[in-house]
Structures are given as structure tokens and as C-alpha cells.
Design a protein around this ligand. Sequence first.
Ligand code: DAH
Length: 349
Amino acid sequence: MILPQLQELKEIEDKARTELAAVSDEEALESWRIAHLGRRSRLNIILRGLASLPIEERRQVGAAANRLRLELEEMLSQRQAQLREATVTAVVERGRLDVTLPGRPLAIGRLHPVTQALRDILAAFVSMGFQVFEGPEVEWDHYNFEAVRIPKDHPARDMWDTLWIDYVRNDEYPMLLRTHTSPMQIRVMEQMQPPVRIVSPGKCYRHEATDPTHEWMHTQVEGLAVDENISMADLKGTLYEFARRLFGRERRVRFRCDYFPFVEPGADMSIDCPLCDGQGCRACGNSGWIEILGAGMVHPEVLANVGYDAERYTGFAFGLGVERVAMLRHGIEDIRLFYANDLRFLEQF
Ligand code: DAH
């Protein structure tokens, strides 16, 4: 006759197997473990009752019950491993790299419109034999004013509202943020002998109320050519060629007298308005002409200030505003847009 405990063990095994097949996650597996291997499981009750069985039954039932326990434990760990693997596979599946998807576009930066204009201006002069020199934005009063014939109390200082560097303010050697790039004429000539052909780009600062055509910081390019026999004709020819390279071969230029302390004679140059082809529009104030730079023949005293022989050498100089050029090129009507850092504006160039 078959022992009733052995019969029960068989039932326990069948039930455990059937239920395990239905387990689909780790939580259900844990319930299964508690039900079939836990302290209050039927199997455990049988195991705990072994001691009170007669010896022969104890041997038979004990062997079968322990075998079943090991078997269930083995089933449990197998199922656990399967479930873990399924989880990992699912995670990997979800995050799988689809190499056929189009890439995400990278945000590529671009050059600021003033930088673009500046590079084109420099390239035009470099191709005509000029060298590029850069100099300091914090400048001595001496270079910014004195050496270019703007002494203290000279009314021309009113043309450049100056930002002084109070930190080093010293009546003997005052410092400032340069108001123009003309001091570079002096710095260059102190360092080289004629022939000189240079352009010097850089930022300039003025204590200025801002409006659509004025900013407290702007960019200039200074030009200087000094040699024997340089004449006004060289000035005009060079600047005419520059205007055509930058604004188109069809451009016409116009020179008029103007005053700058460091040149004699002084002039300004206009081009016929590239926006309306000289017909007259808002940008050129209906005149058809737009002034783009100041220029002139270097004053003999400026040459003498750096120890050049003003009897032997002559030169021409010019200064132009780079923002002005960029505004003309793109029809921009407010200089303040350049430095407002609004990407909607900057991304258009
Ligand atoms: N430095 C002048 C300014 O800031 C521009 C200028 C005019 C420069 C005439 C020159 C020049 O070299 O010859 O307004």
C-alpha cells in the first residue's frame, strides 16, 4: 500500500509545476516560493512531521520530501534566471540603436556679421599689399590724442567722448579706452621705417548715448600708407578700389573735404548707395550717397612726432566703421542689433 504522505507529495509536485508554468514575473515567482517552499507550505509541514513517523515511513517519506524540496528549489532558481534574462532582453530591445535613423542636426555656429564684414575688409586691403597690425584697446592719452594732434583743451576732443580708466588715472599719464584706431598709426610708425602699408582693426569705445547709429562700442579699421611720393591720388585710387571690391565693381565714390586733426587735407569718402543704386532711399537719406570713411594726407607733425623725416615722406590715412559696412551690406537699420545677442537676428547671417 502506498503511503498517504507520498501521495500528497505527488500532488504537491503537480500543483507546483502547473502553477510555476503560469508565473510570468518576479513578484508572482515570490508568491509561488512562499506557497510551495515557505514555512507554512504543505511540503514544510510534511518535513516538520517526519520526526513523529515510525522509522520505516520516516525513511521513505523523508527521502521523497527532501528530493522534492531540492527539485522545487532547482525549479525556482531556473525560473528566476529565465525571468531576469527576459527583463534584460526587454531593456536592450527598447534601447536598441537604430543605425538607419537620420542623425540629429548639430547646431553649427557662424561668424558674427561684423566679423564677416571685417574679414572681407581686411582681405581687400591685404590683397593690395597692406599688412594687418592689432593694438591695445586700453590706450594712453598720448597715443589716442596727443600724438595725433588732439592736445588737451583742443575742441576736437569733443568729437570723442572718452571713457577714462580711473583705476590708473594719473594726470601725467592718463589712460583710456581708445576712442578710435588712429593711435595705431603712431604705434606702427614707432616700430617701423617707411615704406609703411598697414591696416589695423579693432574695437573702439565712446561714452555715448546709444541710438540706431551710435553704440558705445564699435569696430574700426585704420589704414596707413607712408612712403616717398605718396599723394592724394594714391589715397583716392586705393580707397576707390577698396569700395569696388567690397560693394561691387559698379560703385562710384565721392570725396569731400572734412576735418580731422591728424590729416591735412582731410576728406571723407562716400559711395553711391548700394541699396538703391544711388536713386535715393531711406538708408542714404534720399541723397543717393553714403559716407563710409574718413581719410586724408598724414599731417607732417604726426610724421615728425614719430621721428620720420616729413620733408622726405608723405602718407595717407583712413579710418572706417565696420558696423557701418555690415549694415549697408545687409540693410540693417539699427547698430544696436549687433550686440544685443539675439539669436533670431544673428542666425540670419
Ligand atoms: N579716427 C577717425 C574717427 O574715429 C576716423 C579717421 C578719419 C581716421 C580720418 C583716419 C583719417 O585715419 O585719416 O572718426
